[in-house]
Design a protein around this ligand. Structure first.
Ligand code: AMP
Ligand code: MG
Length: 437
């Protein structure tokens, strides 16, 4: 006889078709395995290394698709690290008087230093041929540059060491060597070194494209008048924005009705446009389960995961047919419709995988914290509650466990995990929390 988990509040949990519910870890693994082929998505995008175009653009946050070699030495020529005097170090002993040569500014072409002279040189300026050291202006007598007109002399208070304050050509990286390897996430420093190399465009990994479908006859969009029994669609926003936060793009975001023929028609015309189809609603065992009705015959499995909220889950590779009658396959991840169920499902199952596929840190920051109040949980399920830290640093719960409490979620900063097998926790008990603020 299959086990029936008895929760503390006395509601027996439903047992899956195979005799038991999937654990959260098993479903996480199944989602990871289903989406693993998306790591090898073929084509790449080409993005211009252009600060003005990149500023404020989503292209800032991309991942290199191919190794990039440096076309130039970094730095490209020996240059001064200080404002000071370029000298021949063998000549620069304390007490020796030098004739001051012409000034060398950053951007001036390389010149030659005559023996017995010291050239005022600015930071970043090319070290003249013949010079092998820079004496900082602070170690010079006088310790400020003379006017450009007239003839002047300078002495130094300390000997110059060969190579002192010279930034040698290629000392950061020699030309031809690896500048950044494939898989590098591009941020300010990485875009900077590409720009500093004079590179005009880079090949980056194509973003994953996700089709976000919210199902339900009751759903209306902002701007619509709500009639009796209708609600505004929350999941299109939570899922589309969640997907975007994972580095993916939304191929289309749509509210569809509970009409299976209409959903099939939509998939025939739009299903190919995405790498992944993400749906909410219509996965339970009610009378109008459009997602289940359309995708189960297409090969997607619907099962119960031992998690609260977010028990009913659909997952699998769907074989669909396009408008031309040609079959194609797409992975489908189907979450339940209650907004908190959909969000918790997204956090537990999809967010880590999508982020990993985009080269982003997959996990939320987690910490062990102490409950400010007792809680009950269905012992046969992993419960995910919403909470925040109180003034004493303990975890207070925001709202109850119900999966319609989206405002409670939106005003929480923590997900609070109550593991499988735990049906009651006292105030002061340690819990794992994930930071979601
Ligand atoms: P379902 O999973 O389709 O049975 O929906 C479960 C509950 O979630 C119902 O109360 C729905 O009205 C609600 N719901 C489903 N989809 C959405 C959505 N996109 N936005 C807000 N609530 C939803
Ligand atoms: Mg529904």
């Amino acid at each position: 006889m299959p086990p029936v988990f008895q929760s503390r509040v006395g509601i027996p949990c439903r047992v899956g078709d195979d005799g038991r519910m999937r654990t959260v870890a098993e479903h996480q693994d199944a989602v990871r395995a289903l989406l693993a082929p998306l790591a090898h998505r073929g084509t790449v995008d080409v993005v211009a290394v252009n600060a003005a175009a990149l500023a404020g653009s989503r292209d800032v946050d991309r991942v290199l698709a191919a190794d990039v070699a440096s076309p130039i030495d970094h730095p490209p020529f020996d240059n001064s690290q200080m404002d000071g005097y370029a000298v021949r170090s063998v000549e620069a002993v304390p007490g020796r008087v030098f004739a001051v040569a012409a000034r060398i500014a950053a951007g001036d072409p390389v010149c030659t230093l005559e023996p017995g002279t010291a050239a005022p040189i600015m930071t970043g300026a090319a070290v003249p041929v013949g010079a092998d050291a820079i004496v900082p202006i602070e170690a010079s007598i006088p310790d400020s540059f003379p006017p450009e007109e007239g003839e002047h002399t300078v002495e130094f208070s300390a000997p110059a060491i060969p190579g002192a304050f010279v930034r040698p050509r290629g000392s950061d990286l020699e030309g031809g060597r690896m500048l950044l390897p494939a898989g590098t996430r591009l941020g300010a420093a990485q875009w900077g070194v590409l720009a500093a190399s004079g590179i005009r465009e880079v090949r980056v990994r194509r973003r994953l494209k996700v089709l976000v479908l919210s199902t339900g006859d009751e759903l209306r969009g902002a701007g619509d008048e709500l009639e009796s029994g209708q609600i505004y669609d929350a999941n299109s926003a939570t899922m589309a924005i969640g997907v975007t936060e994972c580095g993916a793009t939304v191929a289309d975001v749509r509210t569809v009705t509970d009409d299976a023929a209409a959903l099939s028609a939509y998939l025939a015309s739009h299903g190919r446009s995405a790498d992944l189809i993400l749906t909410t609603g219509g996965v339970s065992k009610g009378a109008y389960e459009v997602v289940r009705d359309v995708f189960e015959p297409a090969g997607v499995s619907f099962s119960s995961v031992a998690m609260q909220p977010g028990g009913p889950q659909g997952l699998g590779l769907a074989t669909l047919t396009d408008d031309a009658g040609v079959q194609f396959e797409r992975p489908v991840v189907a979450f339940p419709g209650n907004p908190v169920s959909a969000l918790v499902s997204f956090e537990m199952f999809l967010r880590p995988v999508l982020r990993e596929l985009d080269g982003l840190a997959p996990r939320r920051a987690s910490s062990l914290a102490y409950l400010a109040e007792p809680l009950v949980s269905p012992g046969g399920k992993h419960q995910v509650r919403r909470g925040r830290f109180d003034a004493a640093g303990a975890v207070e719960l925001v709202g109850g466990p119900s999966s319609h409490l989206l405002h409670g979620y939106a005003t929480s900063t923590l997900l609070v995990h109550v593991p499988l097998g735990v049906s009651h926790l006292d105030a002061g008990a340690p819990v794992e929390t994930w930071s979601i603020d």
